[in-house]
Every structure is written in C-alpha cells, then in structure tokens.
Design a protein around this ligand. Structure first.
Ligand code: C2E
Ligand code: MG
Ligand code: MG
Ligand code: MG
Length: 280
C-alpha cells in the first residue's frame, strides 16, 4: 500500500514506505532464524459435516511466535516467505508436521477424518507429489485422509505446470480444495479443468460483506451441486449464519462459531468435542 500511495503522490521515499520496508527486513531476518529453529507451530481448526453434525476434519494453520516481534500473522509472513522462496522449506515442515499429527490422531481418535493443509503456488513443483507420497508411506496415512488447499490466484501463472502438478497429486488419491473461492481471479472453467473435489467459499460472503452475498452463496451452492463438487462455508461466526448455510444445504461449515484454530493438545483435552454440539 505504501508503494502505491508513494507512486501516486510523489517519487520521494515516504516515512510510511520506510516503516514498511523496515518491518519487512526485520521479518525476513527473523523468519530465517525461525526456520532454522523450527519456531513454528500448527493450529488445527475443525470443519463440520452439516449432514451428520460431526467433525469432518481439521485445517492446519501455521502460527509463529517470535520472541522479539511477538505473534506474527500468517497473512503477513506467508506472502513474505513466498517472495523469498522460504515457503518451500517451510511448506515441507508444515506438510510433515500435519502428517505426523494426523497419524497420531488416527491412532487415538479413529480414522474417519481429513486433515487439510494450505499450499502456496511455489510449492507446486514436480517434486511435490513424490515428497507427499513418501510422507504418506512414512506415517502410514491413506491418501484419502489428506487434503490440500489452494487459492484461485495461485493458479494464474504457468497454468499448465500447476495443472500437471495438481493432476499428479490427485492421482495419488489426495483431495484438492479450492480455497477462498469468489475472491480471486479464477475462471469458473477451472472448477471443471482441475481435479478439485471441494470448494471453500470465502468468509467475506458468509459474513455478508458484499452487496450480493446471499445471491453469491446460493449461486455457489448451485454451481457446486451441478458440477458434483462439495462445498465448505468458511468464517461462520454466528448461529444465524449457520442456520442460513444449513438451509442452503452446504455440505460443510467452518468458523469461530464451530471451533477456533487450536493447538493439537487442546483438541485432545477436549476429546475433539465441537464448540457447539447442537449445530442446528
Ligand atoms: P485460509 O486458508 O483461508 O484460512 C482461514 C483463515 O480464517 C485463518 O486465518 C483462520 O484462522 C481464519 N478464520 C477461521 N474461522 C474464522 C471466523 O469464523 N472468522 C474470522 N474472522 N476468521 C476465521 P489465519 O490462520 O490467520 O490464516 C490466514 C491465511 O494465511 C490462510 O487463509 C492461508 O491463506 C494462510 N496460511 C495459514 N496457514 C498456512 C500454511 O500452513 N501454509 C500456507 N501456504 N498458507 C497458510
Ligand atoms: Mg485454507
Ligand atoms: Mg480460506
Ligand atoms: Mg484466506
């Protein structure tokens, strides 16, 4: 933002830009140290099956607490790690940690849920499918229990290469979710062209931030039904939102109302009970 404003106003380097740049440089430096120290943690947020009102699975979400900087949001450091290429080793750590957790939970809590992991565009390389395949073997996980989440915009550049990688992943038997649906730049044809099983409708629609939010929610549901795709509503924060999504026959819901992202041990202590056991 500072860059844009700076460009519009003048060619001088503004204090805003200096602050932003300094923050970026600091983060970059600390990120390097954090990678070496593996100073990250995964939190897990439940995804609820609306038909059974049971847990469908968990989405793994990275957390970084830096001693000096405090808690840094993934919305801030993931884009930075994408810029520097650090997302590749970081992404490997995320995948390994999520798979390890999944194998522990399979033993403890049964085998009926899916772990979904967010992927960045830079991770879509030809080596990804073999890497994941060996993780599945190492942790004895059936591929159908692992899902990967991708945003629409990640598909923009070098579409054919990305598609090849997704096809490889899908042929391993993994599920692919299209994340933040409705906010990116994808064409609807991607829904058919890519091996996607599930669409995650962006939380801004669920929270009514757009003029036609309800129309978009209903249209998304209809498209997914016609294309035989499952659909998850993200960012459910109230009973009212949940009731509405239920009436639209959404397959799955996720949001603070149903459960916040939490560290693994907290889910274990709660025995996986959902925040709102009476979902409807
Ligand atoms: P996302 O994948 O769309 O994840 C959903 C975000 O919404 C998460 O934010 C989650 O904590 C938040 N959220 C969930 N329910 C609610 C709700 O009811 N209300 C509101 N207001 N927010 C809710 P988080 O954890 O800060 O992550 C932000 C983004 O950072 C993620 O969006 C994803 O794009 C990226 N990210 C997070 N973890 C990873 C990761 O391990 N790898 C990669 N590549 N990206 C990640
Ligand atoms: Mg996601
Ligand atoms: Mg999302
Ligand atoms: Mg998002």
């Amino acid at each position: 933002r500072a860059k844009l404003r700076g460009r519009n106003r003048s060619h001088h380097f503004s204090p805003d830009m200096a602050d932003a740049l300094y923050r970026k440089m600091t983060l970059r430096h600390h990120l390097t140290l954090a990678l070496e120290a593996e100073a990250f943690e995964l939190y897990y947020q439940p995804i609820v099956d609306m038909t059974t009102q049971q847990l469908k699975g968990f989405e793994a979400l990275i957390r970084w607490h830096d001693e000096e900087l405090g808690q840094v949001s993934p919305a801030e450091f993931i884009p930075l790690a994408e810029e520097t290429g650090q997302i590749v080793p970081l992404g490997k750590w995320i995948l390994k940690t999520a798979c390890k957790q999944l194998s522990v939970w399979r033993e403890k809590f049964g085998k009926g849920f899916i772990m979904s992991v967010n992927l960045s565009r830079a991770q879509l390389q030809s080596s990804l499918a073999p890497t994941i395949e060996s993780l599945l073997l190492r942790y004895n996980i059936p591929p159908s229990q692992l899902a990967l989440e991708l945003t629409e915009s990640t598909m923009l550049q070098e579409y054919d290469d990305a598609k090849q990688c997704l096809d490889d992943l899908a042929s391993l038997g993994l599920e692919l979710y299209l994340d933040d649906f409705g906010t990116g730049y994808s064409s609807l044809s991607q829904l058919q062209d890519l091996p996607i099983s599930t669409v995650k409708l962006d939380q801004s629609f669920v929270q009514g931030e757009h003029k036609g939010s309800q129309a978009i929610i209903e249209a998304t549901r209809a498209i997914c039904e016609k294309l035989d795709l499952r659909v998850v509503a993200e960012g459910v924060e109230t009973q009212e939102q949940l009731d509405y999504l239920k009436s639209c026959r959404f397959d799955y819901c996720q949001g603070y109302f149903l459960g916040r992202p939490m560290p693994a041990h907290e889910h274990e202590e709660r025995n996986f009970t959902l925040q709102h056991t009476a979902v409807v």
